[in-house]
Design a protein around this ligand. Structure first.
Ligand code: ATP
Length: 407
């Protein structure tokens, strides 16, 4: 019989993950450890030669807003090149953003200098995709995991190795192996070393950038289970970046979908996986294997996206997804759809937001954008509703009635 995942409300697609660990749930009382508002990163494009003139910008991240609860997790998914890693690097401040706010633990860290960031480096850590390249091959595991303790002078020298051994044990490695080198471990074990290193300074927030993409499917489940244990044990907030919706499903009670530098849909897991309202999310989901569909003899029909992701140097006008969208109309080229809240924990940026096969005939955004069905401006009152802001409001737009409603 197909196993049901109660938190997802649908059969699980990753049985190995559900074996010992229930899907993570949202704690409605949690404060936000991270609140990101209108985050932007434009990389300059320069001419070659001696005088390197800026001739354009790669709009890698363009007005992204979301929140991560303390001790909870948000998934960030999208195709390659949509700006997920850049978002992660901005939050960990490996990059300085072009604009926007990054409120970490109640303080905006977006423009802090390297010096000002030093104490914060302890609290925000990153796990990278490829453990083979993110660990220095010439350093022992003890040196790698213990380095942050030394740099931040957290412990006296003689206490470092015992602490490293403790960390190795937490991540399921033999504590006696602290003298070994990364190449002596398997891929999954190396990712465990990366996790131990990220845990060394007891961070409040971990940005996990495709932490299991380079691993075997069976090992992926083990590493995700370990991350879940670590989260429960230490109350760490996670921004979990992945290109695959199946990977974040178990770990993240809420998921944001990115396309070409923008969030196009963000929702709680049940809504996003069962009733996605953005054509891009619907297309991504159609590629996720679904146990129930397979069991009843069919699979969700695969939606093929036409063409390639456009260049982030010259993104399409209006809605960035419109060049690949099957339901795009005139308004989509003229007016950028705002990220509009349509349910207690559901936002979508689409003029024709609706369940698959039930897109509305008229744009749902006319009132909030102050335009007619063709995207031409209409003078009148624009409703006072949150657009593109982090988190969720207790007022949203009911798509059935077109009216503002609330909890
Ligand atoms: N340092 C940089 N200079 C210029 N452009 C960059 C730089 N870093 C990233 N980009 C561009 O920004 C866009 C977003 O890249 P990013 O790596 O954030 O995407 P991604 O969704 O994480 O993709 P992937 O999964 O392949 O890493 C891409 O078009 C990329 O080429």
């Amino acid at each position: 019989m197909t196993e049901m995942d109660p938190a997802v409300g649908a059969p699980v697609a990753e049985p190995a993950l559900a074996e010992h660990h229930a899907a993570s749930r949202r704690n409605p009382d949690a404060q936000q450890v991270l609140s990101v508002e209108n985050l932007r990163m434009y990389f300059p494009v320069k001419t070659s030669g001696i005088i390197r003139r800026t001739v354009g910008h790669v709009q890698a991240v363009d007005g992204v807003s979301f929140q991560v609860p303390a001790g909870g997790s948000l998934g960030l998914v999208g195709e390659s090149g949509c700006g997920k890693s850049t978002t992660g690097r901005l939050i960990t401040r490996l990059l300085r953003p072009t604009g926007g706010r990054i409120d970490f633990d109640g303080r905006d860290i977006a423009q802090l200098s390297q010096r000002e960031l030093l104490p914060l480096r302890r609290e925000i850590q990153m796990i990278f995709q490829d453990p083979a390249t993110s660990l220095n091959p010439r350093h022992t595991v003890g040196a790698i995991v213990g380095a942050p303790l030394q740099i931040h002078k957290v412990l006296p020298k003689d206490k470092i190795i015992p602490r490293v051994q403790e960390l190795l044990e937490i991540v399921g490695l033999n504590p006696e192996h602290y003298n070994r080198y990364p190449h002596e471990f398997s891929g999954g074990q190396r990712q465990r070393i990366g996790i131990a290193r990220a845990l060394t300074l007891q961070p409040k927030l971990l940005v996990a950038d495709e932490p299991v993409s380079a691993l075997d499917v069976s090992i992926q489940a083990q590493v995700i289970n370990l991350l879940q244990d670590v989260q429960n044990e230490f109350g760490i907030g996670f921004l979990f970046i992945a290109h695959d919706l199946a990977v974040v499903r178990h770990f993240c009670p809420e998921v944001a979908v990115m396309y070409l530098g923008k969030i196009v849909e963000i929702a709680d897991r049940e809504t996003l996986y069962l009733r996605p309202h953005h054509p891009y999310t619907q297309a991504l989901l159609s590629a996720v294997p679904d146990v129930k569909q397979a069991a009843i003899g069919g699979r969700r029909e695969r939606i093929r996206l036409e063409g390639d992701v456009p260049s982030p140097i010259l993104p399409p006008s209006g809605c960035r997804f419109r060049t690949r969208c099957a339901i795009a109309q005139e308004i989509c080229a003229k007016v950028e759809p705002p990220l509009l809240q349509i349910a207690p924990r559901h936002k979508v940026a689409c003029h024709f937001a609706g369940e698959l096969g039930h897109a509305p005939k008229e744009p749902v955004t006319m009132k909030v954008c102050g335009v007619d069905a063709h995207g031409a401006p209409v003078p009148g009152e624009v409703p006072d509703v949150q657009l593109n802001e982090p988190g969720f409001s207790d007022r949203w737009m009911d798509l059935k009635t077109g009216q503002l409603t609330g909890a």
